[in-house]
Design a protein around this ligand. Sequence first.
Ligand code: 3NM
Length: 216
Amino acid sequence: MAFWKSLLKDIDFYLVTDSGLSRKGTLSDVKCAVAAGCKIVQYREKDKTTKEMIEEAILIRKICGENAIFLVNDRIDVALAAGADGVHIGQDDMPIDSARRILGENKIIGLTVHDTDEAIEAERKGADYVGFSPVFDTTTKKDAGMGVGPERIQAVRKTINIPIVAIGGINKDNCISVIEKGVDSLVAISAIVCSDDVRRETEYFIETIRKTKQKY
Ligand code: 3NM
């Protein structure tokens, strides 16, 4: 069995890289987050060449090893070249059934969804998890649209059984309001990669997510 099958059921904090915002660089961020116990890493890179991306992705694969699931945003070619565990794709990227044909059954496909209809469709088409977005307003992704608020998560939770990862404008001050709505995991890009101490911040999120989950 692929090592990630059991890990995916037990994710809490989810790291998405951002080389444009990062203080210490993508590889340092991944190392610190995995050392803190982060079990899922998504390499999201918009500014590098394919060659540069593959080289970096191979290094991230090594850092993650079997301690963290390694996914690539959008780029199925880079994911395959680097031996990643799968991809995260958006509604306007390659359709999920085409991605599945290329990747096969043994890779993870995560899909961004914005409402319950998209979430139901994602599960029906074989997504392994959904990214629900954007929970709050964010400046990290310019075209993300307005935050819909954490309340919407509850309706999605009631309609699907696959893991839900929340993303968009999440930080230390608002993360509990997101976790208590029933997500499995959350992403906080700027709150992590803009910090001086990625390891400490990741530990904070992991601990807060675990404690809050225990209450609900
Ligand atoms: N995707 P931060 S929002 C990568 O809405 C990404 O699909 C989004 O960054 C979506 O945690 C986003 O700094 C950026 O707000 C999230």
